[in-house]
Design a protein around this ligand. Sequence first.
Ligand code: ATP
Length: 195
Amino acid sequence: MTLYALTGGIGSGKSTVARRLAELGAVIVDADALAREVLAVGSPGLAAVADRFGADLIDADGALNRAELASRVFGDPTALADLNAITHPLIAARSAEEFARIPAEKVAIYDVALLVEGGLGGRFDGVIVVEATPEVREQRLVGRGLDAADARARMARQATDEQRRAVATWVIDNSGSLEQLQDAVDAVWSEMGAR
Ligand code: ATP
């Protein structure tokens, strides 16, 4: 199996790119979905989070109050490091399981927003970075219902385009139309086949 990473800042168009790659035949493993799964109701990850951050983070139905957890780690590097120390190994183990299930002849794509932040840049056969200007991303995120100030704050907390470019094999510019994006993805897909 060939394993590529797909990353980009919030609102850059990763999910749209992942959908196209899936149409072309790639198997997508979604790091966000795994991140939710390792803190699901009743999971050991959730128990560890409750131990470290307080049982009051768990709602009456047993689910994690994610907004409250986010506010507790926001601006507190030690708390964030503690949270990552709980979740990162669990996500790594789950992603390894998912990769192991993918047939050898397939192209697999790990859709991972926080590739650079997680220090995972060097582990793949190649890295696709999706980019759009902060203005375009903000506009799209607002179009998806996010508050503009919230969108900007989230962008500011993520790695920069320069940091992502430093690990990129391919950079896909998504400041144009969806048709242009699809053409760019198709071009990368043919290059992947040629590698
Ligand atoms: P997030 O990091 O928040 O998950 P993302 O990087 O996965 O975002 P998408 O969800 O693919 O980004 O795109 C963000 C929004 O912008 C979506 O509503 C998507 O439909 C829209 N979008 C993506 N690319 C384009 C484009 N080229 N033209 C117009 N809208 C676009």
